[in-house]
Design a protein around this ligand. Structure first.
Ligand code: PRX
Length: 635
């Protein structure tokens, strides 16, 4: 028996032990009993964290869309698979059944083929949160093309960087996007981005906002007329367990974004299993994750995890503040949502407007509340628990990463007793540990250190696209034989984990992972900038916000600081996107440096956070005098 659905604490403990003591046996049974395979594996797990190299279910053959769609058609054909709630509350919601999803994915897959897309080709998907985003992703998976979804808030430069890194052959986009009371010219951004790309042969365009756009003859195609002509059956491509399913970019502490590569079988098994248990999903529940499919949360817990379980998954096009701050709760009431999964930043933003908006709606359908993407502070946790969950829906604070593919540390609702700000216990099969700065594991109960994982789990990213060496250096070099998460954590006396935040140069702003190096690179392109350093600082709503210290060229010209600040943020918007804009920009004559010339960001972080008392010893700096002047001019 594979214990696919865990129902009580004893069972969790027993299954957890089994998954640690006999991991191969455990995952083999789970995989065998709960998924459709075209051929069974030759070996369950091969791994070596030194190389690093991880393979799950090697030799097995399958297609993830057969598991997410086809196998449900007999029993759940008329059940809603995707429930689309548009940006405008007056536009009707769309219920897409499993039967309809099947037809639409098959047709879309045939269109991809007709444009020359084959197994292994990379397809960039740059779409707003409309059903076609899920459909395009699944269509790629059906024919074995590797999707690379780029969040539609990224700029043309960021899009081009990602297209070029993966040598994408095709881009799937829309004429534009609705976002609250704004429209966004997505196709214009794609056109601009493609000026810097040479590998893209075709662009498929979904009509969403009916705007006038440029269509480049021979390259750009409206997708609807092609879909209308496409056959409704497209045979699955039989994939190897370890064939790449998708690439998804995440910020690193240096340079280029990292194209994390997820493969097929392990990712499917783990996202499906975590979805079922972490949400305690039951047949006929309506599940809603507010993330964008442009992030890993959307991949794993809007598309693949829910659909592999035959669930009903809401796709929300809008924003929490439009037409007012009650929008989330209105949608919960309207669709009788049972599981609701969002980010702490959204909770904090809504809490600012009091409880009136929440109280207006009937939220009695809610059974589970999820949180993801950043630490949830105590105040936000209680606001969520008291006002949204009415103290009867457990909060699952789920810790995981783009790299982990699925949830790693999370309570199981109604099973694991929750504790505010704690992600609590590892999920089945996950072996976390804490390390000190010298690489020694901190054993026993209470401890604080750097969070690592000792043993592979099925959905671990297998590499960084085109750069295995960077994968090794980033995740497997700091602590021998361990996957290093980049996060700090503490463990309490009963073994609950609390994630304290990043320990590298990644800052999480409103739940978005932002490496500071690429932002600095962008700023340094401003003709008046000599050097810059960016750090995070605590922010009431965003969790963390960005503080930039910028050295200007002595041009001898009059400087208008506010104008320069605008220009700097404009450059960031162009290179990365508005999410990476700086909240504060301080112009300074110098930056604190070590004698070897390295910027001491630790000191800059303390100053930005107004924690001057804990700056510590600065006498070993190359230029200690600069610290005082930075403190004096702090914003
Ligand atoms: O620092 C952790 C934080 O988000 C990082 C991963 O970001 P990303 O790859 O964009 O994936 C976000 C969605 C899974 C982590 O290294 N993080 C994520 N969830 C939590 C969290 N920090 C604290 N508590 C969480 N629940």
């Amino acid at each position: 028996m594979s214990n696919y659905h865990i129902k009580h604490l004893e069972e969790y403990l027993q299954v957890y032990r089994k998954s640690i003591n006999h991991p191969e046996k455990f995952w083999e049974e789970l995989a065998e009993e709960n998924f459709v395979w075209r051929k069974k594996w030759d070996s369950v797990l091969e791994w070596d964290f030194e190389k690093p190299d991880v393979k799950w279910f090697q030799g097995a053959k399958l297609n993830i869309t057969e598991n997410c769609i086809d196998r449900h058609l007999l029993t759940r054909g008329e059940k809603t698979a995707l429930l689309f709630e548009p940006n405008d509350p007056n536009e009707p919601a769309e219920h897409i059944t499993y039967n309809q999803l099947s037809v639409r994915v098959n047709q879309f897959a045939n269109v991809l083929k007709s444009k020359g897309i084959q197994k292994g080709d990379r397809v960039c998907v740059y779409l707003p949160m409309i059903p076609e985003l899920s459909i395009a992703v699944l269509a790629c998976a059906r024919i074995g093309a590797i999707h690379s979804v780029v969040f539609a808030g990224f700029s043309s430069t960021a899009l081009a960087t990602r297209i070029n890194d993966a040598d994408c052959k095709m881009v799937i986009t829309s004429d534009g996007a609705y976002r609250g009371n704004k429209t966004i010219d997505l196709k214009g951004i794609v056109d601009e981005g493609l000026e810097k790309c040479t590998t893209v042969d075709s662009v498929l365009v979904v009509k969403r906002i009916h705007s006038e756009i440029q269509m480049k003859s021979g390259r750009d195609f409206w997708v609807q007329p092609l879909l209308d002509k496409a056959a409704t059956v497209c045979p699955i491509e039989i994939m190897d367990a370890e064939d790449p399913l998708f690439i998804l970019y995440t910020s690193g502490s240096t340079g280029m974004p990292k194209g994390m590569v997820h493969t097929t079988a392990g990712y499917m098994v783990y996202t499906a299993y975590t979805f079922k248990n972490a949400f305690q999903y039951k047949e006929n529940d309506v599940y809603w994750c507010t993330a964008d499919i442009g992030w890993i949360t959307g991949h794993s817990y809007i598309v693949y995890g829910p659909l592999a379980n035959g669930a009903t998954s809401v796709i929300f096009e809008g924003v929490p503040s439009y037409p007012d701050f009650g929008r989330f709760w209105e949608v919960v009431q309207k669709h009788k949502v049972n599981q609701f999964y969002t980010a702490p930043t959204a909770i904090r933003a809504l809490a600012k407007y009091g409880t009136d908006f929440v109280d207006r709606y009937d939220l009695s359908s809610l059974k589970v509340l999820g949180s993801v993407g950043e630490p949830i502070n105590e105040e936000a946790w209680h606001w969520y628990n008291d006002n949204v969950g009415k103290k009867k829906s457990p909060i699952i604070d789920t810790w995981w990463q783009t790299e982990t593919g699925g949830m790693m540390i999370t309570p199981i609702p109604y099973i694991t007793p929750t504790k505010p700000t704690y992600a609590t216990l590892p999920f089945i099969g996950i072996q976390p540990c804490l390390m000190d700065e010298n690489g020694n594991e901190l054993k026993g109960g209470q401890a604080e250190g750097r969070l690592c994982i000792k043993f592979p789990w099925p959905s671990i990213a297998r590499t960084i696209w085109g750069n295995h060496q960077r994968y090794k250096e980033t995740y497997f070099s700091a602590y021998k034989n361990n996957y290093f998460t980049g996060d700090g954590a503490l463990r309490d006396e009963v073994g609950y984990y609390r994630i304290t935040g990043r320990v590298d140069d990644v800052v999480i702003v409103s739940g978005h992972n932002l490496g500071t190096a690429p932002i600095e690179d962008a700023i340094n392109e401003h003709p008046k900038v000599v050097e810059s350093a960016i750090v995070g600082f605590p922010h009431d709503i965003k969790g963390s916000a960005l503080y930039g210290y910028v050295i200007l060229k002595d041009t001898g010209q009059e400087r208008d600081p506010d104008n320069l600040r605008k220009e700097i943020n404009q450059i960031i918007t162009e290179h990365i996107g508005p999410i990476a804009k700086l909240d504060k920009i301080q112009f300074t004559e110098g930056l604190p440096k070590t004698r070897s010339g390295k910027i001491m960001r630790r000191i800059l972080r303390k100053i930005a956070a107004n924690e001057m008392e804990s700056i510590g010893d600065i006498s070993t700096l190359l230029n200690p005098e600069v610290v005082e002047s930075i403190i004096e001019n702090r914003l």
